[in-house]
Design a protein around this ligand. Structure first.
Ligand code: FES
Length: 106
């Protein structure tokens, strides 16, 4: 049986905790728990599902193509391909998304 890890999803207006088996992505486990998180490609290419790891460790099950090295160093993770390797705290929400992308119109 796969080891589960507790994952705390933090957003500006609420905090939710889910159990994520090591065989499951954070996005899938959240959906199973009734927590709707945004997603697009489900393959690590679009960054719609981006979160920021505040504590813990995740493993991307395929290359996170939507993230540059500087994003990975800053703790950004793609929840559609991220599987926890330890208990985690992950920031999610629009502020994480907007921190990732520089607005070319500004
Ligand atoms: S949904 Fe596209 S990178 Fe996760």
């Amino acid at each position: 049986m796969a080891v589960s890890h507790e994952v705390v999803l933090e957003r500006s207006d609420r905090v939710e905790t889910i159990d994520v088996p090591g065989t499951e992505t954070v996005l899938d486990a959240a959906e199973r728990a009734g927590i709707a998180l945004p997603f697009g490609c489900l393959t690590g290419a679009c960054a719609t599902c981006v979160g920021r790891l505040l504590a813990g460790e995740v493993h991307h099950s395929r290359p996170p193509r939507a993230l540059k090295d500087r994003h990975l160093e800053a703790g950004y993770v793609l929840l559609c391909i991220a599987r926890p390797r330890a208990p985690c705290r992950i920031r999610v929400g629009a502020d994480v998304q907007s921190g990732l992308v520089e607005n070319p119109w500004k």
